[in-house]
Design a protein around this ligand. Structure first.
Ligand code: GDP
Length: 372
């Protein structure tokens, strides 16, 4: 039908016939779609082992997925990648928000890649991301130089689930990254809760970033974190902050004297640096690599990894038991009533928990006979 605007009587603008539209505006769109196709396990593993970062990202997404079907597939991929993993150094980097973690990791990463070569993966554990709906840690925009480096892979924290769940996913991602040839892995975490303990359970060296003048060194706050640290580094040692940093370093060194000698036999060091100005970076990494030489020679490196593997086996059992219990619809339906009775003082917490667990065992026919 003729367009009314094209009639002779029409006084306004006319409409042209137009040109034929191409079949597809972006000729590469189809190709991109094809690339996003979910790969079968064997192709995924092959891609990872070849160091294909797109495939690696896809596998990590699978690991992070909460879909039970994805879980089974992810476990298969991880298991097949396991023989190619382990050949790396894993470094945990912790510090309170504002300590300068991202600024430092950017500098550290570039230094390590330039000095020691290889490939670097930066991962993160941020359990708070569950609440904030998206992790701020490990964000590419915070590590500008590293994000552009061809030998780096940056992945923010998995965002769903409990700390245990988030940490497990990060640990599994380490395996995938190592299989893809990343021989250096940084695991970033916020030093404010239990996440550093989780981080410590998957790394070979735990680096704590501190600031001068926060009083931590004097009040003995974060004693737990200091105890698990293999190195403490005081950031922002620049401008008129230099003297304060050196003073803080002395306080930290003194405080460390009161801690028991670490199992590794290594004496943790305290160093000052400036992530922003790139000062003292070399000294930090000389220390980290000195540590690796030390613990590889005395056998602690292997011992710690074995202990971690054991720990993760038990953690995984705990996580699965917990999930199985809490996701049981019958248990879920009884939970509110149990909670009410505890709050009303009709039952003790232990009795309520005991009854729920007895009921759970009955559902699965786990009885006295099984215990004998
Ligand atoms: P994060 O929250 O631990 O990741 O900390 P950021 O890396 O985002 O740094 C927090 C703030 O400290 C930013 O404004 C940085 O520019 C600043 N900062 C980081 N490193 C240094 C440093 O070495 N010296 C100084 N003066 N400022 C720094």
């Amino acid at each position: 039908m003729e367009h009314p605007e094209n009639s002779k009587e029409y006084k306004g603008l006319t409409v042209n016939d137009g040109v034929e539209q191409p079949a597809i505006v972006n000729p590469y769109l189809k190709q991109q779609r094809r690339r996003r196709r979910e790969l079968p396990v064997s192709e995924m593993v092959e891609g990872i082992v070849k160091g294909n970062v797109t495939v690696l990202s896809q596998a990590v997404t699978l690991v992070e997925s909460v879909n039970p079907e994805h879980y089974a597939k992810a476990q298969e991929v991880i298991e097949k990648c396991l023989p190619y993993s382990g050949n790396s150094v894993r470094i945990g980097i912790s510090g309170v928000p504002g300590a300068g973690k991202s600024t430092s990791i950017d500098e550290f990463g570039i230094h390590v890649l330039n000095t020691y070569g290889g490939k670097l993966a930066v991962l993160a554990i941020d359990p708070s991301s569950e609440r904030t709906k998206g992790s701020i840690l490990g964000d590419k925009t915070r590590m500008e130089k590293l994000a552009q480096h061809p030998k780096s892979f940056i992945r923010p924290s998995p965002s769903a689930g409990s700390l245990g769940g988030v940490a497990r996913k990060t640990r599994e991602t380490i395996i995938l990254c190592e299989a893809a040839g990343f021989d250096k892995v940084f695991v970033e975490t916020v030093g404010v809760g239990q996440s550093e303990t989780a981080c410590h359970s998957m790394v070979d060296f735990f680096l704590l970033i501190q600031l001068a003048g926060t009083g931590d060194e004097l009040q003995g706050i974060k004693r737990g974190i200091m105890e698990i640290s293999d190195g403490i580094v005081i950031n922002k040692c620049d401008g008129n902050n230099v003297d304060k940093c050196h003073l803080a370093a002395t306080s930290f060194r003194n405080a460390l004297h009161f801690f028991p000698q670490p199992e590794s036999g290594w004496t943790p060091k305290v160093l000052c640096y400036s992530g922003f100005y790139g000062l003292g970076i070399k000294e930090i990494w000389d220390m980290v690599y000195e540590y690796f030489d030390f613990v590889k020679a005395n056998g602690y490196f292997r011992y710690r990894r074995n202990e971690q593997s054991k720990y993760w086996m038990y953690e995984s059992i705990n996580e699965q038991l917990r999930d199985h219990f809490y996701h049981n619809p019958k248990i879920q339906s009884m939970m509110n009533e149990a909670e009410r009775m505890v709050l009303a003082g009709e039952k003790t917490s232990f009795a309520a928990a005991g009854e729920l667990f007895e009921f759970y065992k009955k559902i699965y026919g786990v009885g006295v006979a099984d215990r004998d």
